[in-house]
Design a protein around this ligand. Structure first.
Ligand SMILES: Nc1ncnc2c1ncn2[C@@H]1O[C@H](COP(=O)(O)OP(=O)(O)OP(=O)(O)O)[C@@H](O)[C@H]1O
Length: 604
């Protein structure tokens, strides 16, 4: 402990000189602070305490080192500590310490190998013997029969697996023996059987691959646009080595050497060993095969909602508090009491019913046409990068995915905007219907001619559009730009078609799905809720509505889940609203995975 104390004091003293840059002090300071010296000091002190006897004489190397240090100290002002240090360096204990270092440093710890036999034939291929100690983990390598030679070779080594970590097995290595059993003439399955019976050490005798591929892999991150279950895939080389994934999950691809099978990890578990996933090309092929093997399912995704099926009989059962919409021929201003006319944009009844109409017709169409541009067949993986919005960049567009009708998208959007109307705003939609006397152009709607509206659609400047009672309604990209250009956060609700249009470098949408809770929860929370319909307002939710909502949500999630950045369950309205608010801020201020094409500006 005496030595340690002195050294600490010396270091403190030297640190002062260090700052003044006195000749050579830096070198000395680093030397005395070096971990090896500290470690040796500890060893020395332990030995000193234990043995308490005279140490061995110093070796020439130690002496040389100590002389060097003494030399370095010459130019340093002679403070008490420096004097102490010089004394220390002359001390036999310290010399013994250096001597111990020299002895350890000179010792050869390499194993002594037996000499090679003299009678090795000239053309003998170099063999490698590899011993691996198997724990509960799989070996992390697959084998196959070589297409040309018929030899059993290592097909691939899984990244991060036991074989990979050993650094002793490589793809292409030819197996000669496994645990002393020659593999010549055996089927790969028989070799695997031998391996599966092995506990503890496995010994491979192999001929190393001559031209080991130089790894030029760059790590790639992708968003899975489809689900994959290796245990259900008969074509996977080794089902246990497969990596299951679901739509929307982010994967880190670590190996693309094989045309058919890549290696990847879940980004949520990067310490795990990689697993096999089908390559882009293979997964696309599988999806097509899977699709064609399915029977034709009309209306497989969503039925149109019951609100369009109101019959005379239904009318009889409707709550008497319902108001017939005959009285509502004119659109009601839903938020007239708020005093904020900007609130009205995008919430008008006709706009909502128009959306609902186009939604019910489109979703059944997507279910029937999976090869449409919205289907996952187009790109099973989407390359993504981590993106954090710079504070001076425009805000990201917030999209609430139009989920099941009545789930509460409008309610949540309205509440969010109400929390801070100066920050959150809807985009003002366009319509071809006539402007009413109490309306203002650009406030509730942009009132345009049919021709202008159609031009906007044909020039792909409409995020979404539809028709209701003979009039066109829609939200334009320019309307969104206007809100974002004012430095505000634009909140819109869109369907799949609109989402595809909005997914651009410029808008960088953050997409949230508002999901209903279970039917039993909704029975409680929706007791006083009212829905607007084509015919009635203030209509209570019926049991079938709740069931329909739950079923629709499941189908939407299964079909479009890959596009969702966040899923919010709207059970307790207050809580859902707070979650929405926090997600909106996260989207703007925290790093998120976004398509790589949004960031590489040259692709724009
Ligand atoms: N978590 C909730 N708890 C109780 N009531 C709710 C909740 N969320 C929404 N509601 C109520 O449910 C009704 C329907 O909500 P809303 O109009 O927002 O649905 P929507 O998803 O916008 O429907 P649509 O897309 O068909 O217009 C409203 O009366 C709303 O106040």
């Amino acid at each position: 402990s005496g030595l340690s104390l002195v050294l600490t004091l010396v270091l403190q003293e030297l640190s002062l000189f260090c700052k003044k840059d006195v000749n050579g002090v830096g070198v000395l300071f680093d030397l005395l602070r070096s971990p090896w010296l500290q470690a040796l000091l500890k060893v020395y002190e332990c030995l000193h305490q234990a043995v308490r006897k005279k140490t061995d004489p110093v070796t020439p190397q130690a002496r040389a080192l100590s002389r060097e240090v003494v030399e370095l100290l010459r130019g340093v002002p002679q403070s008490t500590e420096i004097k102490e240090l010089r004394r220390l360096l002359r001390n036999p204990h310290f010399k013994a310490l250096l001597s111990a270092h020299d002895t350890v440093a000179q010792k050869d710890f390499e194993p002594t190998l037996p000499p090679l036999p003299d009678n090795i034939p000239e053309n003998e291929e170099a063999m490698r013997i590899v011993c691996l100690v198997k724990n509960k983990q799989p070996l992390g390598a697959t084998i196959k029969r070589h297409e040309v030679t018929g030899d059993i070779v290592v097909a691939r080594v899984i990244h991060g697996g036991l074989a990979d970590r050993s650094g002793l097995l490589y793809a292409g290595d030819k197996l000669v023996e496994v645990n002393g059993v020659p593999v010549e003439g055996l089927e790969p399955e028989q070799v695997i059987h031998i391996l599966s019976l092995t506990q503890g050490t496995i010994m491979f005798k192999l001929i190393p691959v001559s031209d080991r591929p130089v790894s030029s892999q760059t790590t790639l991150y992708v968003r899975a646009m489809a689900d994959y279950w290796p245990l259900q895939d008969p074509a996977i080389p080794c089902a246990d080595a497969g990596l299951p994934f679901k739509k929307g999950e982010i994967l880190q691809i670590v190996d693309q050497n094989d045309v058919l099978w890549w290696q990847a990890r879940q980004v949520s578990d990067l310490s795990a060993c990689a697993g096999l996933i089908p390559s882009n090309h293979l997964l696309k092929r599988k999806q097509r095969e899977f699709w064609w093997s399915q029977p034709f399912l009309p209306h497989a995704c969503l039925k149109s909602t019951i609100y369009f099926d109101v019959t005379a009989e239904d009318d009889m059962q409707i709550d008497e508090k319902c108001v017939e919409t005959e009285e509502l021929k004119e659109e009601e201003e839903e938020f007239s009491g708020s005093g904020q006319r900007v609130f009205i944009a995008g919430f008008r009844r006709s706009m909502r019913l128009c959306r609902r109409k186009s939604r019910s017709s489109q979703q059944s169409c997507y279910a029937r046409c999976p090869n449409s541009c919205y289907s996952t067949v187009a790109a099973p993986y989407e390359e993504v990068v981590r993106y954090q919005r710079h504070p001076t960049d425009r805000n990201r567009l917030i999209v609430l995915y139009l989920g099941p009708s009545g789930v509460g998208v409008n309610e949540l959007r309205r509440r969010l905007i109400g929390m801070n109307p100066h920050l959150f705003q809807s985009a003002v939609p366009h319509t071809t219907r006539a402007q009413k006397s109490y309306e203002e152009n650009g406030c509730e709607y942009h009132y345009v001619s049919k021709e202008t509206f159609e031009n906007l659609v044909y020039s792909h400047r409409m995020l979404e559009h539809g028709e209701y009672k003979g009039h066109l309604y829609g939200t334009s990209i320019d309307a969104v730009r206007t809100v974002l250009g004012e430095g505000k956060i634009c909140i819109v609700d869109l369907e799949p078609q609109g989402i595809q249009m909005a997914r651009t470098h410029e808008l960088k949408p953050y997409i949230m799905f508002i999901k209903p809770p279970s039917v039993s929860c909704m029975r409680q929370s929706r007791k006083n809720a009212r829905i607007i319909t084509d015919y009635y307002v203030n209509m209570k939710f019926k049991e079938e509505d709740l069931q329909e909502m739950e079923d629709s949500a499941k189908k939407i999630e299964a079909q479009f889940g890959q596009f969702f950045d966040q899923v919010i369950i709207n059970d307790n309205l207050q809580e859902a609203c707070l979650q929405l608010l926090s997600a909106v801020h996260q989207a703007q201020d925290e790093p998120q995975w976004v398509p790589a094409t949004w960031i590489c500006s040259d692709t724009q």
